[in-house]
Ligand binder design. Sequence first.
Ligand code: SF4
Ligand code: SF4
Length: 74
Amino acid sequence: MTKPKPKKPKPKLKQLHLNLDWCKGCGICAAFCPTNVLEIDDKDKVTAARAQDCICCKLCELRCPDLAIDVETE
Ligand code: SF4
Ligand code: SF4
């Protein structure tokens, strides 16, 4: 009998690094985030409004054209 493969542990968010100097407020990251973590504030900068909902998919990091997001996992 073959043993079931151990499940990969889910990545856990350590920190969402948002480089506001590079962010131009285009909103692409917020549009791609599946759990609605990100918002654009009244200064046209990204903000992590609901960081606790982040599932570490890294879509925001991959899609940001200005490389302003770095998703750090534990
Ligand atoms: S995709 Fe990048 S540049 Fe655009 S709002 Fe998000 S962090 Fe800012
Ligand atoms: S890593 Fe995924 S869930 Fe987390 S903020 Fe980015 S797009 Fe949203």
